[in-house]
Design a protein around this ligand. Structure first.
Ligand code: 2P0
Length: 335
């Protein structure tokens, strides 16, 4: 991928819709510049997404609107990000970015994944003029430089990430088509320890090397389960990864705990329900206390009564088909 591409557009605007994603194999810890310690794999969501419009013209400066209002805090973050990108010609543009999410900021859904995914796609539209396979690699790379987990959001269904950009998972058994993701909201509060700080604590973590091995094993076995349609093996690996992520947090120095008592009681209920019903109901956790339930579309009716009994707020989501280009307008030089 050329780092010297120059957009042929002197002014224009582009709008992308990009969903969030939930990791099944967890990215936890970095190497080099925004590269992951271990491979990760995620499901792209459908209902939780960001819509971002990027408008540009010759000049300099940046305005950032979030939910229709100028947002200085986001602007500073995005300015740093744009300045860090290996495309010096971006400095010749004045940008206006307008972004909105379908989900509340503190709902326990990773907003950096969909928002940096959407911005990465917008920038890729400015930099590269053809939406081929390389376009998505470029968008994924740009998203990664903003937030690691975002690089997986530029593809539908499932994606994996181990280097500069994520790639789509090609071989997905039909048992996983339309897989549900119901998010049980345990706590909407702001996390006590950010993911950025959590990643940094992997640097000198006592289980660092074993974690890298384990994630690689889990990654390989999960890919096989996804290809063969083995929902039981899929669920066992996914739950193990979720708990290992939180075990890594608990064994960091300093240690931290993001689960709440309610998280643990819900996990107990899920396990009991699974044993008693024989249904394929599994959970994963993000870097927070909320529970992401995963289950086949074909079992949703029986599982919905279990969910209701938990008496918690629920956000309904499912595996989705990925980002969408909403509009593009560009004027070429000399026009
Ligand atoms: C993931 N998480 O794979 C893991 C699992 C949370 C738990 O990636 O510093 O916001 O922006 O690259 O992507 C959260 O970290 O971190 C995360 P940055 P990010 O989704």
């Amino acid at each position: 991928m050329s780092m010297n591409s120059v957009s042929k557009y002197s002014f224009g605007k582009v709008t992308w819709k990009c969903p969030s994603n939930i990791a099944l194999i967890k990215y936890w810890g970095k190497r080099g510049h925004q590269l992951p310690l271990n491979p990760s794999l995620s499901i792209t969501l459908k209902n939780a997404y960001t819509v971002t419009e990027l408008a540009w013209e010759k000049g300099e400066g940046l305005d950032f609107y979030f939910d229709g209002a100028l947002n200085e805090a986001f602007k500073e973050k995005i300015k740093k990000y744009l300045d860090s990108l290996p495309y010096s010609f971006l400095k010749e543009y004045k940008f206006k970015i307008s972004s909105k999410n379908t989900f509340p900021h503190s709902a326990g859904i990773a907003s950096s994944a969909s928002s940096m995914g959407a911005l990465g796609l917008c920038l890729a539209s400015l930099i590269k003029n053809e939406m081929d396979e390389d376009f998505y690699k470029l968008a994924s790379n740009l998203a990664r430089l903003g937030s690691g987990s975002a690089c997986r959001s530029v593809y539908g269904n499932m994606a994996s990430w181990s280097d500069e950009f994520a790639i789509p998972i090609k071989n997905i058994h039909e048992n996983f088509k339309g897989m549900k993701n119901s998010i049980l909201i345990v706590d909407r509060g702001v996390k006590e320890v950010s993911s950025r700080a959590g990643h940094a604590l992997m640097e000198n973590h006592p289980y660092r090397e074993r974690r890298i091995q384990r994630a690689n094993e889990n990654y390989k076995n999960l890919n096989e389960a996804i290809a063969s349609g083995d929902f039981e093996t899929f669920g066992a690996i996914v739950e193990q990864e979720a708990l290992e992520l939180h075990a890594l947090m608990m064994t960091s120095s300093p240690s931290f705990i993001l689960m709440k008592p309610k998280t643990l009681s819900l996990i107990e209920n899920i396990k009991t329900f699974r044993q008693e019903s024989g249904l394929n109901l599994y959970f994963t956790l993000d870097a927070g206390p909320n529970i992401h339930l995963l289950y086949p579309d074909s079992q949703k009716d029986k599982i919905s009564s279990f969910i209701k009994e938990q008496e918690v707020e629920v956000l309904e989501d499912e595996m989705g088909c990925g980002p969408e280009l909403i509009s593009f307008e560009g004027e070429t030089y000399g026009n």
